[in-house]
Design a protein around this ligand. Structure first.
Ligand SMILES: [Zn+2]
Length: 308
């Protein structure tokens, strides 16, 4: 069986601080460690979550037990209406995010500005004007901190990247996470220097998507789960490339006490990034080891100076 032999660190670059993990975070993190998923980046999706994520990372990191946790600081496009409701101006909100990011950089907990971007599929959360109003501050934050951007792009027909270009460009590199674009989106993204594409189960749902992903070169790829969402479904053309992990999988029921050897059905978690790597390796006809180590080299290039 093809393996990760020789690769001692894998990174899941997108995990959400979701309450569905609250009762068994330590088990989830230990399962990740058992499979060498030794670095995890939590996504900060607004001011409060970014602050909480830093606290969460610091508490876990103080134990000295791997995985090492990192986080992003920013405002997700679907949370922009809530940001409006705080009564803070964009400048005030930006200032507060800056303070949080600077604090988190001191001990290398914060590694990205974001999650930020535009989402044309979810105007029900925030209309386009509201999303746009809150986006550009992230370019300032990237410039001021030196941190790369953690971008969320959904169905903008390349508007987001063009808009960033018109607004002075990407100051310190970026990742377009949870990539679900078409060939043209992919190629436009790949044409940008120091910009990487990160994939998860949502990037691998159809044959067309798998074709798109197979054209992302090894020196541009990153991997994530976006847990608890975006797992690789059994209907994915890539499902045949996944491997069953040595854990029980149970349905979540009231009163169920989570155990270290038990995963919850339909709840994605960081250890599953190993399966995303397997799928990408199969699609690009690379070895699993090569796919995994190339992604780690890419992380080093993009984030090396901000990480332990
Ligand atoms: Zn996202």
């Amino acid at each position: 069986m093809a393996s990760f032999s020789g690769v001692t660190t894998l990174t899941d670059i997108a995990v959400n601080l979701d309450e569905i993990f609250d009762e068994d975070w330590s088990h989830i993190l230990l399962r990740a460690r058992e499979n060498n998923v030794n670095r995890i980046i939590i996504t900060g999706v607004d001011l409060e979550v970014s602050k909480n994520a830093i606290k969460f990372c610091r508490e876990w990191n103080a134990s000295g037990i791997l995985p090492r946790l990192y986080t992003t600081v920013g405002l997700h496009p679907t949370n922009t209406k809530q940001a409006d409701e705080t009564g803070l101006s964009v400048e005030e909100y930006e200032q507060r995010l800056l303070e949080v990011a600077m604090d988190g950089m001191q001990d290398k907990t914060v590694v990205f500005i974001g999650e930020c971007g535009l989402d044309y599929d979810r105007f029900s959360y925030a209309d386009l004007d509201t999303q746009k109003k809150w986006f550009l501050m992230h370019l300032n934050l990237s410039r001021m901190t030196g941190l790369p951007l953690f971008l969320h792009e959904r169905n903008t027909n390349n508007f987001l990247l063009n808009w960033i270009k018109e607004s002075g460009g990407i100051p310190n590199g970026a990742v377009v996470h949870s990539f679900t674009g078409n060939m043209e989106d992919r190629d436009n993204t790949l044409a940008l220097p120091n910009v990487y594409i990160s994939i998860n189960g949502c990037s691998l749902r159809t044959i067309e998507q798998c074709d798109v992903i197979s054209g992302i070169p090894l020196d541009k790829i990153l991997f994530e789960t976006d847990a608890p969402w975006c797992s690789i479904k059994s209907t994915s053309p890539c499902f045949v490339h996944t491997e069953k992990l040595p854990y029980n999988v149970i349905k979540r029921k009231k009163g169920t006490i989570p155990r270290e050897d038990t995963m919850i059905k339909d709840r994605n978690e960081p250890v599953m990034v190993t399966q995303v790597i397997r799928c990408y390796a199969a699609l690009t006809q690379s070895s699993i080891e090569c796919a995994a180590s190339c992604a780690e080299e890419n992380i080093q290039k993009l984030l090396g100076k901000f990480m332990h």
